[in-house]
Design a protein. Structure first.
Length: 190
């Protein structure tokens, strides 16, 4: 019954534009429910129980995060339009829309391209000596400096951002910056 509800939800989201080809309804179940599902559907069982217990937390978490991201993308991100770009916080009225090459992207939607431009604007505004064009949501955001720039641009210099590592070379530094960002978000009350 629960698997059918998840399948209906996935199909509904797909019809509305979500990309959920890696998410299967049984991945959204808890480990105990998934074990019961496998007992009821032996043809679905392709992993040994010990292997399943090891990989299940990662598989379920990735599936839920993918679902969450796609819900945000199709219902919230679509509110960001070139027309609304001029009204985004901190964007000067002289700023034009997104670059024409970004509207033809086969990777990013127009709303995603607008957010990249918005982040670039605020990063360059805060880091005038070291401007950078933000072109993706993974590598460019990984070190936390873009998030810190957004916080500084909109809320001023939060105390938690004082120790931020500007040159990030190791995973420990990425984690340290991520902790600073989380502390800054708590500090400003978000």
């Amino acid at each position: 019954m629960l698997v059918q509800q998840y399948e209906d939800l996935i199909n509904y989201l797909k019809v509305n534009g979500a990309h959920l080809n890696t998410v299967r309804p049984e991945y959204l179940l808890s480990l105990s429910d998934h074990s019961k599902f496998l007992k009821m559907n032996p043809k679905e069982e392709n992993q040994k129980p010990k292997t399943l217990e090891r990989v299940w937390p990662y598989l379920a978490m990735e599936s839920w995060l993918t679902m969450f991201y796609q819900v945000l993308k199709i219902y919230y991100l679509n509110r960001v339009t070139p027309k609304s770009f001029k009204n985004l916080p901190g964007v000067p009225p002289t700023e034009t829309g997104i670059e024409p090459n970004m509207t033809k992207s086969n990777i990013y939607s127009v709303p995603e391209a607008i957010l990249l431009k918005w982040m670039t604007h605020h990063y360059c505004r805060v880091n005038q000596m070291h401007p950078k064009i933000i072109t993706n949501f993974d590598g460019d955001l990984q070190d936390g400096l873009v998030f810190a720039s957004l916080i500084r641009s909109h809320y001023g210099n939060a105390q938690a951002l004082q120790e931020l590592k500007v040159s990030v070379q190791h995973v420990e530094q990425v984690r340290f910056n991520a902790k600073c960002i989380i502390d800054a978000v708590h500090e400003i009350g978000l």
